[in-house]
Design a protein around this ligand. Structure first.
Ligand SMILES: Cc1cc2nc3c(=O)[nH]c(=O)nc-3n(C[C@H](O)[C@H](O)[C@H](O)COP(=O)(O)OP(=O)(O)OC[C@H]3O[C@@H](n4cnc5c(N)ncnc54)[C@H](O)[C@@H]3O)c2cc1C
Length: 381
């Protein structure tokens, strides 16, 4: 491998690594991305591609998501990445769920969002919703990309249009500026950002161990085209007790007690519902959450059954046939949504420790590189 000098080397070609590469390249820096696989193959391509604003943790998380959504909206057309959905519908099937939605709308996070009664939701969604539907929250803030295509497309655009150099099928085993040791030789860079996703052992294992991270395995499906077009991504009542922006409101306690009593199997499998539709009409549906130091590859069939039953409750329709099934894994911490660590001079370690990397990554990258390289970053009110 030829020795080259870069201003920044990014370890990891997932969405967090690519976000850092973009922010540095946008500022005119010479950037290298070093990725172990031929292309990102982990959480970043296995997710919903759902850039979620409404429901993110109040304060920092919500602001990071708003900014990241704006960067996606700017970058996507330049990189020829279609935005498959805009907005979010979230069903409320009980008075307790309606109370959480109303409490949410009364906060600053409810700005631009609205509650639709059941008839309005049915009309605007083409007739979706079960018999018990009371209404639904609508948020205009979300965008959604088809990650399996969008992440490779983002990488290709960074290479073609932004001058980023990619070293794929290359493992970094030492990151100490001005040089990185890799499985294909030495790469020179003035600064390094390590974005290893759920790899806690190759670089800085002791630093990572200090955060007591675990991993979360999620079950996902692609269902056949249901014959209708979703007007936006769809979530259900279970999301109101899972996403912190709602779940931390006091009103969520009564809803959680009700849902736990009604659907203990969903809680046992960490199931909540997101349904997103791709350009081919197929539905990306999930997900479940099983936590472990090293999640086994054996995803319980019960989790899938819970997801599909919640789909039927939320839409009022039987689930179409499954076309694909997969699992994904992401890093988790009990006490934070992401970590930024400085393990050595000129090095930052960045791990999103919640299932929110597609929603917060660009803004986290702006924060990291503002500090590490003094780059000017944009803002979202
Ligand atoms: C099923 C599922 C659904 C999700 N849904 C959403 C969603 O809708 N919205 C949302 O915001 N978030 C979602 N998430 C979370 C989101 O996908 C993650 O937070 C995000 O992808 C993490 O990105 P990353 O780049 O840190 O990690 P990864 O995608 O895991 O990428 C890390 C990369 O680093 C490489 N690497 C690691 N160490 C080295 C090394 N030493 N040398 C070279 N390469 C290395 C790996 O090969 C890997 O490609 C979901 C996650 C899953 C699993």
């Amino acid at each position: 491998m030829t020795t080259q000098a870069f201003d920044l080397a990014v370890v990891g070609g997932g969405v967090i690594g690519l976000a850092h590469a973009y922010v540095a390249a946008r500022a005119g820096r010479r950037v290298a991305v070093i990725e172990r696989d031929a292309h990102a193959n982990g959480a970043s391509i296995r997710n919903f591609g759902f850039v979620t604003v409404t429901g993110q943790a109040r304060g920092d998380g919500w602001r990071l998501a708003r900014r990241t959504r704006d960067v996606w909206a700017d970058v996507a057309p330049k990189a020829r990445i279609p935005l498959e959905h805009r907005g979010l519908w979230l069903t409320a099937r009980s008075n307790e769920a309606v109370a959480v939605v109303e409490a949410f709308l009364a906060t600053e996070m409810g700005d631009g969002c609205r509650f639709a009664d059941a008839a309005t939701f049915r009309r605007e969604s083409g007739g979706l919703g079960g018999a018990d539907l009371k209404g639904a929250l609508f948020s205009p803030h979300e965008v959604r990309v088809e990650s399996r295509a969008a992440i490779p497309r983002l990488a290709a655009w960074l290479a073609e249009a932004m001058g980023v150099t990619f070293f794929n099928e290359t493992v970094v085993f030492e990151a100490a500026p001005p040089a990185l040791g890799t499985s294909r030789g030495r790469i020179e860079a003035g600064a390094v950002v390590v974005c290893p996703g759920d790899d806690f052992v190759t670089l800085y294992p002791d630093r990572i161990a200090a955060y007591a991270l675990r991993k979360c395995r999620l079950s996902m499906l692609k269902l056949a085209d249901p014959g209708f077009r979703l007007p936006a991504a769809l979530m259900s009542d279970l999301g109101l007790v899972r996403y912190q922006g709602y779940a931390e409101l006091p009103e969520a306690r009564a809803l959680e007690a009700r849902l736990r009593a009604e659907h203990p199997d969903c809680f046992a499998n960490g199931v909540h519902l997101i349904v997103a539709q791709g350009a081919d009409g197929g539905l990306i549906v999930g997900d479940s959450h099983h936590y472990d130091h090293l999640p086994a590859p054996f995803a319980p069939a019960e989790a899938e059954r819970c997801i599909l039953e919640e789909y039927a409750r939320a839409t009022g329709r039987a689930a179409p046939p499954a076309l694909e099934r997969w699992t994904g894994v992401y890093a988790v911490a009990d006490d934070r949504s992401y970590l930024i660590d400085a393990p050595a001079d000129g090095v930052r370690l960045v791990i999103v420790t919640s299932g929110t990397g597609a929603s917060t990554g660009f803004a986290i990258a702006e924060r990291v590189l503002g500090d590490l390289m003094g780059l000017e970053v944009g803002t979202t009110a």
